[in-house]
Design a protein around this ligand. Structure first.
Ligand SMILES: Cc1ncc(COP(=O)(O)O)c(C=O)c1O
Length: 401
């Protein structure tokens, strides 16, 4: 679709054209994003919100413009957008922020398909505070069991936290149903949108979620920048959990508490990733120019094509839903270790992910101790990439005859 905009994709690996199918781990960066960040460092670099000089003003403007761009992109207002280093930091911060209001016996409902980032922080909090963590199981078709969700989400539930799109299975979860269920019981909803923002239209107002998190690097932006969205009414109530420069209105050497800034800046202690925010904003405009709906349709088409081709090979088992998978195809090849699969594919110039994809509980549940091989697509992938993947898989099966 847009191969030439991505300089890294023009290289060869082992003499073969690089076929990059590890987009669920991180996506490649278009030239315009690289240029925007270089340009920022060359023309505008300074610390933000502090200096009076020209560069400081320019940098502050660029950073706050980036916040506006992110807010518009997800249907939020700028004061509902907190910049973080990525999904993992967003979730860890949020867990600590929300944790202050949770008490022994309170329940948190997650799903069996959570990434460790949306699992371990809750589990740690639960251990410390005596909270109960429950998991919505899967159906045999690798989707969420909504019947069980209805049983598990009760008036004892304080938080329902789930991934929008599973990074291991590609399953798109029914956000609206889960949000309705949670809100009907008085629980807050946290959405891990690491695999969905930049891949399908995500509008926080329409989803009516309370919090939503994502990473810039999975949507053509740089690493080290991410977002924690929170509904204004909640952010106004919540206390920061990181402290330092740039987030206080007043502080003295006495025992009295510092006064935090009123804006979302009070959650951004210290010097943030300014160039990262600039890069993320550029990535957003790049994706918008190509059209999020078009990107989604393209990735769905590639998954359908890949699944239909892989299903022609009897030794392949697809680990994911029959329909409604977003850009991700997970599979096993007999009992061949996924690391062996990935190694042979790498020799063909094909980059895939092998293993448990930071979803160990899910892999245990599926009796896939070694995990799966995962091909994940984005806007620059083509049907030819899929053909090369399928040819590579046939080669693996030749080796392990
Ligand atoms: C669903 C999901 N959640 C969370 C994360 C963690 O993202 P990051 O490593 O950018 O913090 C990932 C990354 O793979 C993911 O796929």
């Amino acid at each position: 679709m847009d191969f030439v905009s991505f300089p890294i994709l023009t290289q060869k690996v082992f003499g073969k054209r690089l076929v990059y199918l590890d987009n669920a781990a991180t996506t490649q960066k278009p030239q315009v994003v690289l240029d925007a960040m270089k340009n920022f460092y060359e023309t505008s670099n300074a610390n933000i919100h502090r200096g009076i000089h020209t560069l400081a003003e320019r940098a502050t403007l660029a950073y706050e413009d980036a916040r506006e761009t992110v807010a518009r992109f997800i249907g939020a207002t700028a004061d509902e957008v907190i910049f973080t280093s990525g999904t993992t930091q967003s979730l860890n911060m949020l867990v600590r922020m929300l944790g202050k209001n949770l008490h022994a016996g309170d329940e948190i409902v997650l799903t069996m398909m959570e990434h460790h980032s949306n699992l371990i922080p809750w589990r740690e909090l639960a251990r410390e505070k005596g909270l109960v963590v429950k998991f919505i199981p899967l159906t045999v078709g690798y989707t969420l069991n909504l019947g069980k969700a209805r049983e598990l989400i009760t008036t004892r539930t304080k938080i329902v936290a789930f991934t929008h799109v599973s990074n291991s299975l590609g399953t798109i979860n029914p956000v609206v149903e889960l949000v309705d269920l949670a809100h009907a019981r008085g629980a807050l909803v946290v959405i891990d949108a690491a695999q969905s923002v930049g891949h399908l239209l995500v509008n926080v107002e329409r989803l009516d979620c309370d919090f939503l998190v994502f990473s810039g690097h999975k949507m053509c932006g740089p690493t080290g920048i991410g977002v924690l969205y929170g509904k204004k009414k909640w952010l106004q109530e919540l206390e920061p959990v990181f402290f330092g420069g740039g987030m206080v209105g007043d502080v003295s050497s006495g025992p009295e508490r510092a006064v935090w800034l009123a804006s979302s800046q009070r959650f951004e202690a210290g010097t943030p990733n300014i160039a990262g925010a600039v890069g993320l904003a550029k990535a957003i405009t790049f994706l918008e120019e190509r059209g999020i709906r078009q990107i989604e349709a393209h990735c769905v088409m590639l998954v359908e094509y890949a699944v239909s081709k892989l299903r022609e090979i009897s030794r392949v088992k697809i680990i994911g839903p029959n329909e409604g998978s977003l850009g991700i195809v997970s599979f096993t090849l007999d009992n061949i270790h996924p690391h062996d699969v990935a190694e042979i594919l790498n020799k063909e110039g094909i980059a895939v992910r092998a293993g448990r994809h930071c979803t160990m509980p899910l892999m245990k549940e599926l009796n896939l101790e070694n995990g799966t091989t995962r091909a994940s697509f984005y806007l620059y992938n083509t049907k030819e990439d899929v053909d090369l993947l399928v040819a590579g898989v046939r080669k693996v099966l030749e080796v392990f005859r």
